[in-house]
Design a binder for this molecule. Structure first.
Ligand SMILES: [Zn+2]
Length: 254
């Protein structure tokens, strides 16, 4: 078996697993046409299918399929013998047998809730199955079992399924940033602007700049300016007039 075939089958199975809940062992419903082609191409389905799927596979058929092959006579005798090897799945037509295709279509229904894969070479049945979302088709092509790529109906439904996964978040009105904030808390980057805003509310930055210039001009002056500063502070000290006179008189005495 070529690697590309195995990869393609794995990809298709993954699609049905992810979007329609298919699980191992995969249940494959085999009809008379599949048995006929298997015999013609010398394919042992019981051996080949688990290898092709690289998974556990459960091959099944129905009473209706077996009755149909019996009715078709000697040409389908070999196919009937193959079909009889598979376990019978109850189809609900006991006592009122249907054609193989009608039987299998009724088992698939509108949504294939039991997740069957249908093994058939019947073109009409394949066409009808392609209209059912999540109904994989298996057939024999170039002497090898082949799992058909998902039909348009399956792809369309899978889009709705993936969209539905995102809907709860959309409905809650949260965007990605809000979800991040809820899970990880506010990031440091987000906190910074809050402080910046508070700083802006403080003194007028223009007046600050002017003061800075004045201060720097004072600082740039010679060291003598330090003394000037000290004198300025001393000037502010209030000295009673009688003490000033006393000091003056002392200075005068000396
Ligand atoms: Zn049936």
């Amino acid at each position: 078996m070529k690697i590309t075939r195995a990869k393609r089958a794995h990809k298709t199975l993954s699609f049905y697993s992810n979007n329609f809940g298919f699980r191992q062992p995969y249940q494959v419903l085999i009809d008379g046409t599949m048995c006929f082609f298997a015999l013609k191409n010398k394919i042992n389905l019981q051996e080949q299918l688990p290898k092709y799927f690289a998974s556990e596979v459960k091959l099944l058929t129905t009473q209706c399929v077996i009755i149909e092959t019996e009715k078709l006579g000697p040409s389908l005798y070999g196919a009937m013998l193959i079909a009889k090897q598979f376990p019978l799945h109850r189809c609900g037509h006991e006592g009122n047998p249907q054609s193989g295709s009608t039987c299998l279509l009724s088992m698939i229904g509108k949504i294939n809730k039991n997740r069957y894969i249908v093994g058939t070479q019947d073109r009409d049945l394949q066409e009808k199955l392609r209209l059912v979302p999540g109904a994989p088709i298996l057939y024999i092509h170039q002497k090898a079992p082949t799992l058909e790529a998902p039909s348009a109906a399956s792809l369309k439904r899978s889009d709705k399924v993936s969209q539905a996964k995102f809907l709860p978040e959309k409905q809650s009105g949260e965007n990605v940033d809000e979800i991040k904030r809820r899970i990880f808390g506010a990031s440091k980057e987000e906190e910074k602007p809050v402080f910046r805003k508070k700083k802006i509310k403080g003194p007028n930055p223009l007046s600050c700049k002017k003061k800075k210039k004045q201060n720097s001009s004072v600082k740039n002056l010679p060291v003598i300016e330090g003394k000037v500063k000290k004198n300025r502070t001393r000037k502010r000290v209030k000295v009673a007039s009688h003490i000033k006179e006393h000091i003056k008189s002392k200075v005068g005495d000396s």
